[in-house]
Design a protein around this ligand. Structure first.
Ligand SMILES: Cc1ncc(COP(=O)(O)O)c(C=O)c1O
Length: 356
């Protein structure tokens, strides 16, 4: 053997791994999770159902019951729905069936890291379209890029900035696009907007959703994809058999069935986001950007690592996003429970005061 890593594709060796350092903190607002957790009644129903099931048996090959419930929940046809082990798996499946050397993927920047990373691993070319200086989507440039791309990926609301792409702008992009347009709606519940109503009109639109954020199930790994049944049939070829375990499948069915229990949590998080945005706007030394998600991107005049350390010392764990393009000095805070948000604000203000 010449070189230990010679079998690894050069494109893979060049890619920076997607990782997250582990930190423990009293106030964990670094991963855009639902701070309230799944309501106890749903947890208990799922646990009861699990103890009556044979763990030794495979799940159904096709998760028909979950598919049917999701079809009613999202108002789309069940043969146009694919369930994944987190939406990450579905991002991977979509790119696996579309990207190869010579293919172009239009991606706004900064955005969720995985799109570009997987595109590179699969040998495709990323056509990166920067957000505007105000950190909004640059719609004319996206229209132009979609017109030359095999795939366009739009994260709306966008992680990590929180900006939203309105449906008129999305329509413009869909009309100009020459290939598939993927809209990652991981945070759509917090924007009260969805691209799903456009699926009937635009057959090249694919929508991704997750149970990891508003649906309070990040630990169980469930996501789903909605698209034209013929397209979904092709994407399904790249997902692994039995990707969803019976526990996660049952929990997702219950979460959809009892969504009314999650709704007040979502409403409260939207209220808290608006309160947090207002408080940050009124805080001297902080620049903050509008967000339609359950997180807020902000910057101070200090290096992000310093702010991160000071907040962490105060028991508050946020995300340092300063390595993304355009985001020097930026951090991202997830909207937590009211007391957690207060604690974040207090720690940040204490840090800012110590700088004067
Ligand atoms: C935009 C976006 N898409 C997808 C994901 C992955 O979600 P999942 O937990 O469903 O894999 C995340 C997680 O942070 C995200 O921010």
């Amino acid at each position: 053997m010449k070189d230990l890593l010679s079998s690894i594709k050069p494109a893979v060796r060049q890619v920076q791994a997607y990782t997250l350092k582990h930190f423990e903190a009293r106030v964990k607002v670094n991963q855009n999770e639902n701070p309230f957790d799944m309501p106890e009644t749903i947890k208990r129903a799922v646990a009861n159902s699990m103890s009556g099931r044979a763990w030794s048996r495979y799940p159904a090959f096709v998760p028909a019951e979950l598919g049917a419930r999701l079809a009613r929940f999202a108002n789309w046809k069940s043969d146009g729905i694919l369930v994944g082990n987190g939406s990450n798996e579905l991002i991977e499946a979509v790119l696996m069936v579309t990207v190869e050397p010579g293919r172009r993927v239009a991606i706004p920047q900064p955005t969720f890291t995985l799109y570009k990373m997987l595109t590179t691993i699969l040998g495709g070319d990323s056509d990166e379209v920067c957000l505007t200086p105000e950190l909004a989507f640059d719609v004319p440039r996206l229209v132009e890029a979609a017109n030359h791309a095999d795939v366009t990926i739009l994260c709306s609301p966008n992680n990590p900035t929180g900006c939203n792409l309105n449906l008129n702008a999305l329509r413009e992009i869909l009309k100009a696009a020459t290939g598939m347009v993927v809209v990652d709606e991981a945070y759509h519940e917090f924007s009260r907007q969805s691209a799903v109503p456009l699926l009937e009109e635009f057959e090249h639109l694919v929508v991704l959703r997750t149970f990891s954020k508003a649906m309070a199930m990040a630990g169980l790994r469930v996501g789903y994809l909605l698209g034209h049944p013929l397209v979904v049939e092709q994407i399904a070829k790249a997902k692994l058999p039995y990707n969803l375990n019976i526990f996660s499948m049952t929990a997702a069915e219950a979460a959809v069935e009892h969504f009314a229990l999650l709704q007040p949590q979502i409403e409260l998080l939207i209220e808290e986001r608006e309160r947090l945005l207002g408080e940050l706007q009124r805080t001297p030394g902080v620049t903050v950007y509008p967000s339609q998600a359950n997180f807020i991107a902000f910057k101070t005049e200090s290096p992000a690592a310093k702010v991160f350390d000071a907040l962490y010392a105060g028991g508050v764990l946020v995300r340092d996003i300063s390595r993304y393009p355009m985001l020097e000095n930026f951090l991202r805070v997830s909207v937590g429970a009211p007391q957690e948000n207060d604690q974040f604000l207090e720690s940040l203000r204490k840090f800012l005061a110590s700088r004067n």
